[in-house]
Design a protein around this ligand. Structure first.
Ligand code: ATP
Ligand code: MG
Length: 394
């Protein structure tokens, strides 16, 4: 039998009413965008599932893309039948014979209560038919094939596959976050977790030329192009950070420079987030990873912003972050050897427990507000969209 349809499940969308409708609409829109190259597909968006009719489009590529849609819990190839027990038996046998395995189990569900047989009767009728017409055996504990069947008001759906998707929520449902994106391994992974949760992102990058190579910006753009699979267009804000950073290193001394620098980054990111209507800041900080990411450091750094700071990697080990980076395809780009402004200025004796009085004293010793203002005024913004040659400057 030909695989002619895909049934998409929503997973975590346990909300009801209007919200649920918004979720489903957003998910359907994202699925259609992800599959827009497959022009023959047709869609049926329902309360509990989305059905995609394949119309002879290639399954493999569609499968790979569906696995990247946030908010999609799982999907199955389904066969649609009329609500007729004889048809169900024949279809079940045909599918099992094609699969060429030895054991099976039937699991049916009836949402159409007017269908004259209860689930148990459907299971028995189908299993009995298969047993008499093939060499298949029933194995209720560990069947090689689980044949699922759902009898709905209009049609019956039969399927043997259940492919896990990304989970999370449809993109756009939660609003936007301003993500701090360095050229490293962690921050693109942090962006990925936000996107998977349905949060749209804009990114801010602090650049310190000539200390940082021009190649860093290309690297950042390439990282965002990988993330474009989840979000079609991503705004990148590049902050000219050199002057402020030089001044910080002049006044702060090596042990406090990073603390002060990160406080400035947070201040600039917050200002940008508020201008751009982002509800939260996000970054790739991971507790304990470096001196500026101890709990004491995080507390003293985060103090400068009123916005919530989301750190998807706060409690994730580096090996696991690396594994995810490889899976999503950002790792090879992240490890390209370009210095970024943190590594180039990285002093040896960074404090792991900055003291608020000392921070205050340093910050009172120079006119950082003017320098921060200058950074904000000179931000360069561009839109990153994969396969689009030109950037749009604002
Ligand atoms: P990553 O953490 O992405 O691997 P990194 O290790 O160089 O890069 P850290 O020093 O660990 O960066 O900084 C922690 C977080 O601060 C980063 O994950 C990123 O979110 C943010 N960050 C650091 N440097 C920059 C920068 N130049 N521009 C924007 N954000 C930055
Ligand atoms: Mg890091």
């Amino acid at each position: 039998m030909k695989k002619d349809r895909i049934m998409v499940r929503y997973g975590e969308l346990s909300t009801k009413g209007k919200n649920r409708k918004n979720f489903i609409d957003a998910l359907a829109k994202n699925i259609k965008r992800m599959l827009k190259d497959f022009e023959r597909l047709t869609y049926e968006v329902r309360r509990d599932h989305i059905y995609i009719e394949l119309n002879d489009e290639s399954c493999e590529q569609i499968e790979e893309r569906l696995k990247k849609v946030p908010g999609l819990y799982s999907f199955s190839y389904v066969y649609r039948l009329d609500n007729n027990l004889e048809e169900m038996k024949k279809a079940a046998l045909e599918i099992l014979l094609e699969e060429k395995k030895k054991t099976f189990k039937v699991r049916s569900k009836r949402t159409d209560k007017s269908f004259p047989y209860v689930s148990d009767e459907i299971n028995r009728a189908i299993a009995g038919y298969v047993l008499t017409h093939s060499d298949y055996k029933v194995d209720v504990h560990q069947p090689e094939i689980l044949l699922s069947l759902t009898v709905r008001e209009d049609y019956t759906y039969l399927y043997t596959s259940d492919i896990r998707g990304l989970g999370g929520y449809p993109l756009g449902i939660q609003g936007k976050a301003m993500m701090m994106l360095s050229g490293g391994i962690d921050s693109p992974v942090a962006c990925y977790y936000m996107l998977k949760r349905g949060i749209k992102i804009e990114c801010v990058h602090f650049a310190s030329p000539p200390y940082t190579a021009e190649g860093v910006i290309t690297k950042i753009k390439n990282l965002l192009e990988v993330l474009n699979i989840y979000q079609e267009k991503i705004l990148l804000h590049i902050v000219p950070f050199t002057k402020l950073q030089e001044e910080i290193y002049r006044v702060a001394g090596t042990s406090y420079a990073i603390t002060i620098m990160r406080r400035m980054m947070y201040r600039i990111a917050e200002s940008l987030a508020e201008k751009r209507n982002c509800f939260v800041l996000g970054n790739g900080e991971s507790i304990g990873q470096v001196a500026s990411q101890t709990l004491v450091s995080l507390k003293e750094i985060e103090r400068v912003t009123h916005l919530p700071v989301i750190r998807p990697l706060a409690c994730v080990d580096k090996v696991d972050i690396i594994e995810t980076a490889k899976q999503i395809g950002t790792y090879d780009i992240s490890i390209r050897p370009f210095e970024d402004c943190c590594t180039i200025f990285e002093p040896k004796n960074v404090t792991t427990a900055p003291h608020p009085n000392r921070i205050e004293k340093i910050e009172n010793s120079f006119d950082w507000k003017t320098l921060v203002e200058e950074c904000i005024e000179n931000i360069e913004t561009m839109e990153i969209e994969k396969d689009k040659k030109e950037d749009h400057f604002f």
